[in-house]
Design a protein around this ligand. Structure first.
Ligand code: AMP
Length: 125
């Protein structure tokens, strides 16, 4: 099965400049901005500019340039937000996918969350 990308999703609209965002850093292939409803003092979304629905879509289909740019930018976000463990107190990088992953916005994004202790990753269901 191939992924179908919805060009009206909210991050597509942000990338087209139709909706404002609080940008942390922008590169040729990547945009990182503050989450509108932060779950912690630091909550930044790292978003590839290409039309990818979720992690495996991006990791499987994006060009090497896009993949490298995305991850280098995510690393810069960690440093800029002072959460990288070499100088700060650490963070969690999360991506949700599909229904079981409870993904709300169908454009791939990595959450960089920190600024407080985040507890264990998952409760036992
Ligand atoms: P997910 O559930 O992984 O798809 O996460 C979507 C995230 O996007 C949530 O944390 C929302 O708070 C965030 N979000 C939704 N709309 C906006 C927006 N306009 N600007 C910034 N973040 C947003």
């Amino acid at each position: 099965m191939a992924y179908t990308y919805d060009p009206q999703n909210i991050f597509a609209r942000i990338l087209r400049g139709e909706i404002p965002n609080k940008t942390v850093i922008e590169t040729e292939h990547t945009l990182a901005f503050h989450d509108i409803n932060p779950g912690a003092p630091v909550h930044v979304l790292v978003v590839p500019k290409g039309a990818y629905v979720c992690f495996d879509h991006f990791a499987g289909q994006a060009s090497e340039l896009e993949i490298v740019d995305f991850h280098r930018t995510a690393a810069k976000v960690c440093a800029m937000m002072d959460v990288a463990p070499d100088a700060g107190d650490g963070y969690r990088a999360i991506t949700n996918a599909g229904e079981n992953g409870v993904q709300e916005v169908p454009h791939y994004h990595l959450h960089i969350i920190g600024g407080r202790h985040l507890g264990r990753m998952l409760g036992k269901a």
